[in-house]
Design a binder for this molecule. Structure first.
Ligand code: ZN
Length: 201
């Protein structure tokens, strides 16, 4: 399967069309408030859209790095489908790290070879915290992360640094966040809701 790779405008349009780019007043898992929320699962529920996004992510990685990738790994839940589709696009295996007792780990018999090149992926990165935890799991296996990618990097405080590992998000979409006490939406009298709440559109 081959398409023309999605350009950044087309990625945004896909999120809008799939109802994955939400506007409102949100309480993020970090505790910060925001007027924008990205729900990638609503794009990834369409296998054709997931495949197109992953193909564009893979195309965005320089060829000399791409050729070193033996496996794609991402942190569950958000990156499970992303990793799988990137693995399909690259013709390599793909799996995920997950939390066990709060600690990021590899389960289910997933393993990496010593020195094996790994692409670490995410759906959305903000601070890159879980991406870094996933990278540490890869390193603990003796494998090496050759590149990091995400569908959308939404960091407003500057692009995350992954210890110098090349980082190629498909799209940068800085999203403003506030501490509750500084939130202009709270000041205007509305109440922040957790994304994913029932009835949220
Ligand atoms: Zn607020």
């Amino acid at each position: 399967m081959s398409h023309t790779p999605l350009d950044p405008d087309q990625v945004i349009r896909l999120y809008e069309e799939d109802g994955a780019l939400l506007h409102g007043h949100f309480l993020l898992s970090s505790g910060l408030h925001s007027d924008t929320y990205l729900q990638s699962a609503r794009v990834l529920q369409h296998p054709e859209h997931a495949a197109r996004v992953a193909e564009a992510m893979v195309q965005g990685i320089p060829a000399e790095l791409r050729s070193q990738i033996g496996a794609v790994v991402g942190p569950a839940m958000g990156a499970v489908i992303v990793a799988h589709e990137c693995g399909r696009a690259l013709g390599v295996r793909a799996f995920f790290t997950e939390r066990e007792g709060g600690r990021m780990t590899l389960r289910r018999g997933f393993a990496l070879e010593p020195g094996e090149g790994v692409l670490v992926v995410e759906d959305i990165t903000t601070t890159g915290g879980s991406t870094r935890e996933c990278m540490a799991v890869v390193a603990a296996q003796g494998a090496r992360v050759v590149a990091v990618s995400a569908i959308i990097d939404r960091s407003a405080a500057g692009i995350p640094d992954f210890d110098g590992v090349p980082y190629h998000p498909l799209l940068r979409l800085p999203v403003q966040t506030w501490e509750a006490k500084d939130c202009p939406l709270c000041a205007a009298g509305s109440t922040a809701v957790k994304p994913g709440s029932r009835g949220l559109r």
